[in-house]
Write a protein that binds this ligand. Structure first.
Ligand code: TK8
Length: 350
């Protein structure tokens, strides 16, 4: 609020404001097209995500809203919708394509129908830590995949972090590769995940995120996998006894803007969006680390039986899944996969 007043007091944004106040809608549109510089208009940005406001993804969106409003002198407003109230990742992304919604930050995994190459991030056990994942996402490989989005009616401004996924279930602790056998597991709508869990002998069912709690509660599935902050904020401990720290795959979030909307924006407005998405992303990645650590404690207090998975067992799981990874490397492009692995090795040796 204070910031807004300060910005207005500088008078920098005044011409645009007068222009808006003085014109009818039609004239407005005509002026905005010819407005050469400082073209920041009154805008409302409808943004939706699958997680709750208290989740790091939600906190990132709160930060994005603050930053957009601050950087635009209060002219661009963000309306945040949490908990998949605008629909699931896939549905919201489709709404962006159709120009019905401006922003969403989905996991990359359910977007493989639009950009198949996003599937390389779904290869299990590629990254050992967040630093390695960030090196790939923020480097040439990450950029290459973002560049595929405009053809799909989408603009990707940054990668945020969903994070390393861990398995919960209602049957037994999963400590070895064998323990996956026979478990009915909800997966994201993604073929790599589906095939990988099948290969481990589990019985995977792809499902939209908002349906997971009920599916666990009713026993439609025995388990699911997600980062710790999600397991906590979705209250899965109410319907799951076991949490196994499998860390089997890292999932990025991708910050998306509707291309229809993006193309209407002036360069100044695009800059506001782009900077806010990136700055909020940095913040989001930071709090994701601390929130995941806190979540582990909370889940323990809530009575979940938690077990580690040894590096040796992870390696066994990786070997079992390898044929799946090889098959999809062919499909998405071995060159691209090699580039990713080289970036991982570089990050690992640094
Ligand atoms: C939130 C999803 C979710 C993801 C999933 O919209 O579906 O399990 O991990 O957190 O992107």
């Amino acid at each position: 609020m204070n910031l807004l007043v300060k910005r207005l007091a500088t008078g920098v944004l005044l011409p645009g404001m007068l222009l808006l106040g003085a014109c009818s809608n039609g004239e407005d549109a005509a002026k905005s097209e010819s407005a050469p510089s400082n073209g920041i208009q009154e805008r409302t940005i409808k943004a939706g995500i699958g997680n709750s406001e208290t989740h790091p993804q939600g906190q990132g969106m709160v930060k994005f809203k603050e930053l957009v409003e601050e950087k635009s002198g209060g002219k661009m407003k963000v309306q945040n919708f949490f908990d998949a109230t605008l629909g699931d990742d896939l549905k919201m992304t489709e709404a962006l394509q159709g120009g019905m919604q401006e922003v969403t930050v989905p996991s990359t995994s359910p977007l493989v129908g639009m950009v198949p190459e996003f599937g390389i991030y779904d290869f299990p056990f590629v990254f050992q830590n967040e630093k390695e994942a960030h090196a790939v996402l923020d480097g040439a490989v990450g950029d290459k995949l973002l560049e595929k989005l405009p053809d799909q009616g989408l603009v990707g401004l940054a990668y945020w972090e969903n994070g390393f996924r861990n398995l919960t279930n209602s049957k037994h602790p999963v400590k070895t590769a064998d323990d996956f056998k026979g478990l009915k597991i909800r997966t994201m709508q993604n073929e790599v995940h589906l095939d990988a869990f099948s290969k481990l002998g589990a019985n995977p069912t792809p499902m939209a995120f908002s349906e997971v709690f009920t599916a666990l509660e009713t026993g439609t599935v025995d388990g699911q996998e997600n980062p710790l902050a999600t397991i906590k904020t979705q209250k899965y401990s109410e319907v799951q006894d076991y949490l196994s720290l499998t860390k089997h795959v890292y999932t990025p979030f991708v910050f998306l803007v509707s291309k229809k909307f993006w193309d209407e924006l002036s360069p100044e407005e695009q800059k506001v969006m782009s900077e806010a998405a990136q700055e909020a992303g940095k913040y989001q990645r930071e709090i994701n680390q601390t929130e995941n650590e806190k979540a582990l404690k909370t889940l323990e207090e809530e009575g979940m039986k938690i077990n580690e998975v040894t590096a040796e067992e992870q390696e066994k799981m990786k070997q079992i899944i390898q044929p799946v990874t090889d098959k999809y490397a062919e499909k998405f492009g071995t060159e691209l996969v090699d580039e990713m692995m080289t970036a991982v090795e570089e990050a690992r040796s640094n």
